[in-house]
Design a protein around this ligand. Structure first.
Ligand SMILES: Cc1cc2nc3c(=O)[nH]c(=O)nc-3n(C[C@H](O)[C@H](O)[C@H](O)COP(=O)(O)O)c2cc1C
Length: 384
């Protein structure tokens, strides 16, 4: 399906440089429709037969809106603008006949948009792309990194839903090589294993403690700030280990900013089982200033940071780094909840050259994404 020109940045390198600059976005503009105008009539997704991949359940646990406004979804989104569109390429062994379908997350319906090709594998392959206008309506020139991060979160939501349902081993393609789709998640039917190991390396990325339950995925929310309370070292270690484990190929570096009694930056030691300090000094107020001046970040218990993506990164690298960061932060959010932590993704970063701030070479280590963390008490849980 043809995308509008706005959905393809003419120059992503320039778009990222501008998003990282101090320039402020202008007033909000119309967001357009929250769902792509898929052709053909909406079709319900049939109930799955035995040994079939249950597409209705997979989409309910990953992309479907659970309220009429469309805000409440299993995946988070910057500004709750949900720019990610999913086209499903369905092969044998699924609860829909083979074909190509557009997904409407508000109505939880599909639109038949084409025939499958002869080489369509069994199971479902979700092709994710964005309608940039939705996010640009609020974030203006700051939207492009957020669009890519959002796509990484949506890919992770599909990936985790497949794990929660016991489908075949899912694979996420987040290599940044194509613009449309930006990311691809392939989910084989139950018991049919992927023909190839995950493209980005061995092991299945997982939250600490194993695959999530369906209830866990539906319960995920971004905690409303403030997020006070320092996480335990064990919880921080687990969150960092999940993020690094999900960042296949180690495209990014990961650390966490912590406050008193020993404020500074901590990272996972090479043994993967302990934390080590690698910078001293209180970083959270600086992070708050860099994150579009969101003052609450200065008082968050800790802030997990993904950084890298140098100023001279090319288009594919920029896409890959942001897709990976969104994917990894999504899994880290599940781990954080399992350790009783409150958490909220933070994606808008300006002038956030962490490497330069620490006295290293400038333009190498920019903050790409973050997860603010605090301690959680049952009576403080976000009611939404
Ligand atoms: C890529 C990304 C960036 C985000 N950036 C911020 C942010 O800078 N500040 C913030 O308060 N929330 C941020 N959020 C959280 C969203 O506001 C939140 O996901 C959205 O309001 C929907 O709420 P929910 O996550 O509880 O479903 C971000 C979420 C994503 C996925």
């Amino acid at each position: 399906m043809e995308r509008s020109r706005e959905d393809r940045p003419s120059d992503l390198v320039a778009a990222l440089a501008r998003a990282r600059s101090p320039e402020r976005p202008g007033p909000d503009t119309p967001a357009g429709t929250p769902v792509r105008a898929w052709p053909e009539r909406p079709l319900p997704i049939p109930r799955a037969g035995p040994a079939e991949l249950d597409l209705a359940a997979l989409l309910r646990l990953s992309l479907a809106a659970s309220d009429a406004s469309g805000r409440l979804r299993p995946a988070p989104s910057a500004g709750a603008l949900h720019p990610v569109d999913a086209e499903l390429v369905v092969g044998a062994g699924c609860s829909l006949p083979p074909g190509r379908y557009g997904y409407d997350p508000l109505r939880h319906r599909v639109h038949h948009v084409g025939l499958p090709s002869d080489d369509t594998p069994p199971g479902m392959t979700a092709e994710l792309s964005v309608t940039a206008r939705r996010s640009m309506s609020h974030y203006g020139h700051r939207a492009w990194p957020l669009l890519l991060l959002d796509t990484g979160h949506a890919a992770a939501a599909l990936f985790l839903a497949a794990r929660a349902l016991g489908a075949g081993t899912p694979e996420a393609r987040l290599d940044g090589r194509t613009e449309n789709p930006l990311a691809v998640v392939r989910v084989p039917p139950p018991e049919v294993q992927s023909p190839t190991p995950p493209a980005d390396g061995p092991g299945i990325p997982e939250p600490s403690g194993g695959p999530p339950t369906p209830a866990e995925l539906l319960a995920r929310r971004s905690t409303t700030p403030p997020l006070p309370g320092a996480p335990s070292r064990e919880a921080l270690r687990a969150v960092l280990a999940t993020a690094e484990g999900a960042d296949a190929g180690h495209l990014l570096r990961w650390c966490a900013a912590v406050g008193p009694p020993r404020p500074g930056l901590v990272q996972l030691a090479p043994d993967g089982t302990t934390l080590r300090r690698y910078a001293a000094g209180e970083a959270r107020p600086t992070l708050a200033a860099w994150a579009a001046g969101q003052a609450w970040i200065a008082d968050a218990g800790a802030v997990l940071l993904a950084y890298g993506c140098p100023a001279d990164a090319d288009t594919a690298h920029i896409r890959r780094a942001h897709l990976r960061a969104g994917f990894a932060v999504h899994l880290a959010h599940v781990t954080a909840r399992r350790h009783g932590l409150a958490a909220r993704p933070v994606g808008s970063w300006q002038q956030a050259d962490l490497g330069a701030a620490l006295g290293a070479a400038p333009d190498r280590d920019w903050v790409v994404h973050a997860l603010a963390l605090g301690t959680r008490h049952a009576d403080e849980e976000n009611p939404t």
